[in-house]
Design a protein around this ligand. Structure first.
Ligand SMILES: Nc1ncnc2c1ncn2[C@@H]1O[C@H](COP(=O)(O)OP(=O)(O)OP(=O)(O)O)[C@@H](O)[C@H]1O
Ligand SMILES: [Mg+2]
Length: 586
């Protein structure tokens, strides 16, 4: 228990820098909270004074004065609590926006291996919804909890000084009802959790279905999908109905107990005393008024406490993200890279996990200006090899040398800036073609973008777009063809004048015409450049200076096309297979 408490304070401390900038706002919010809580106590006391003193004394001027005082207090406390909510909510939003962006900035620096283990949905949920939960810590929650606590203390102090007998009777009754209500909320929270799970389940299903819409329609699965979603929705609906029945039912009972049972009890107890003059009518009014004012805060106390617990869980989860080591901690090299001669892989061993070797002693040399093709079966380690070359993962054994310098000793950002990477799964950002080519880097001059577009022969395609380069691409480039996507990704790699082009050919097949165009383009793109190509198409390997044949993480054969046709059984098989499929497609 004490440990978790310690953790909480630590995490709160980490939030301090965000709050510091707006210390004034926070202090004002807290001060306003103090004043509104005091004012909430005050107006029944004024009313009591009028009833107990001014009326019996027939003092009209005093009655009038206190009446105005009463009105002023009510209006002022209303205004102040409004101001306080607005200000503190603004503070919450501001803090959390900064918080979110610093979390996201940190995410951008995390090493690729870490992302491999993260379900994307969960990550998004962490950054987005967890931060929202943390936000309430600053705004609504803190106002309610601290404000109400102050108010309760005030209530009991006033009541005890006025009428200790009745107050002593009231306290246990109120405590018992809070405890009962607490258990009820605990019980309900299980339902809330199940509702949230159902909700997440439905959202996930809908996301999947929308993404696979074409398949669903082609396979005529609409009915089944509808049925499945309906069943999920129905289950959620039933659960929600049951929950709200319990929730509102118990709220009703709780309110009845406070509003009616307790109030009647107070009246019954105090009535005889009022008759003999031991208690004034004003005191009774104070009791009844305070009772009414305590109901809502009391009912929400258990909920709020649970919300706070959840906020802390969220805070902890987000802060765990920010505590993860960045790439800069993983790759500490600082030498400036130069690439004038060659890249050498020397007996490189690599495993994503433990000792499950994916690359087993791979060695090869890429002289500057030459083109290397990697071929081999699916899963043989080709993509892995080029990921290592980009410096996404540290290797376990062996050396990767750039002009004789260890890759791990280089400043990894400087090294990556020399690489034009074209991935197997082409990724396009939602945004314009222009933004996709220069990847939001305004320093890339328009001229370079146009040149790149021209080299990949996309001029005509761009020309046909109404907005030209500013034509918007949908998420993941769904509104353009596979071939156009590839060409855009070529242009992207070119616009940065890379010294090394690394390309993982897309496995998806495209029509022969586009294919031919891509081949022509590649020739121009690659001529005279150093390139490493994971080749899935025969045409790409024919031109390569050197071909490495990968099998189960090892290079089993190497040479150019003609040499391999002579020496490698496996390579010949691969070529024959390719030719067969090409014959078919023509
Ligand atoms: N991020 C990863 N985490 C763990 N294992 C991985 C990861 N990426 C790939 N692997 C495993 O490493 C092996 C090699 O994968 P790799 O992607 O390098 O193959 P590939 O030769 O590029 O195949 P393809 O031709 O299908 O693209 C596979 O067995 C794969 O399951
Ligand atoms: Mg691959």
């Amino acid at each position: 228990m004490s440990k978790s408490k310690e953790a909480k304070t630590n995490y709160l401390k980490l939030l301090l820098p965000y709050v510091k900038k707006d210390k004034g706002l926070l202090l004002f919010g807290l001060f306003a909270m103090l004043v509104t809580s005091a004012l909430r106590l005050l107006d029944p006391l004024i009313l009591a004074h009028i009833i107990d003193k001014s009326i019996p004394n027939n003092d009209l001027t005093e009655m009038f004065r206190y009446g105005i005082f009463f009105v002023v207090v009510v209006i002022f406390s209303g205004l102040l609590s409004y101001l306080q909510i607005v200000l503190l909510s603004r503070l919450g939003i501001k803090i959390i926006t900064q918080f979110k962006s610093s979390v996201f900035k940190h995410l951008l620096k995390l090493p690729i291996p870490w992302f491999n283990q993260q379900p994307v949905g969960e990550l998004i949920a962490r950054v987005e919804s967890d931060s929202e939960r943390v936000k309430v810590l600053f705004s609504e929650l803190s106002i309610m909890i601290i404000g109400n606590m102050l108010f309760f203390v005030g209530v009991f102090v006033v009541l005890f000084t006025r009428e200790p007998g009745i107050t002593a009777l009231m306290v246990p009754a109120i405590l018992v009802s809070i405890v009962v209500y607490w258990f009820l909320i605990k019980y309900l929270s299980k339902f809330y959790k199940r509702i949230r799970e159902r909700y997440a389940d439905i959202t996930a299903k809908i996301t999947d279905y929308v993404q696979g819409m074409q398949l669903i329609q082609v396979l005529n699965q609409e009915e089944r999908v509808i049925k499945e979603l309906e069943e999920s929705s129905k289950a959620k609906k039933n659960l929600e109905t049951k929950t709200s029945f319990i929730e509102y039912g118990s709220q009703g009972v709780f309110m009845f107990i406070f509003n009616v049972v307790f109030v009647v009890a107070i009246i019954l107890i105090s009535a005889p005393k009022i008759l003999v003059g031991a208690i004034t009518l004003g005191t009774l009014i104070i009791f009844v008024q305070y009772m009414y004012r305590m109901i809502w805060p009391l009912m929400h106390i258990s909920e709020n406490v649970m919300q706070i617990q959840r906020s802390f869980v969220s805070l902890k989860r987000i802060l765990e993200l920010t505590e993860l080591g960045t790439e800069d901690e993983l790759f500490t090299g600082s030498k400036q890279p130069s690439f004038d001669h060659e890249i050498v892989f020397e007996d490189v061993w690599f495993a994503y996990k433990d000792e499950e070797w994916i690359l087993k002693g791979v060695s090869f040399t890429i002289p500057k200006g030459s083109q290397l093709a990697l071929v081999g079966a699916s899963g043989s380690g080709k993509t892995t090899a080029i990921s290592l070359l980009c410096g996404f993962y540290p290797i376990q054994k062996g050396h990767i040398l750039i002009d004789g310098q260890e890759l791990s000793s280089l400043d990894f950002r400087a090294w990556r800036s020399k690489i034009g990477l074209i991935l197997q799964d082409i990724f396009l950002f939602p945004g314009s073609i222009l933004e996709n080519v220069r990847v939001y880097n305004d320093e890339v001059p328009d001229e370079d973008v146009h040149k790149a577009i021209n080299i990949v022969q996309l001029d005509e395609f761009i020309h046909n777009q109404e907005l030209g380069l500013d034509a918007e691409l949908a998420e993941r480039g769904q509104n353009i063809s596979q071939g156009e996507k590839q060409l855009i990704s070529f242009a992207r790699a070119l616009a940065f004048h890379p010294e090394l082009i690394i390309m993982d050919e897309a496995t998806a097949s495209i029509d022969p015409q586009t294919e031919a165009k891509i081949q022509r383009t590649m020739k121009t793109v690659l001529s005279g450049k150093t390139a490493v190509i994971v080749a899935h198409r025969l045409t790409s390997v024919l031109e390569a200076d050197q071909i490495l044949f990968f099998k189960d993480g090892e290079i089993i054969d190497r040479g150019n096309h003609h040499e391999l046709m002579q020496t490698s059984e496996e390579y010949r098989k691969l070529v024959e297979l390719q030719m067969l499929s090409e014959d078919k497609s023509e």
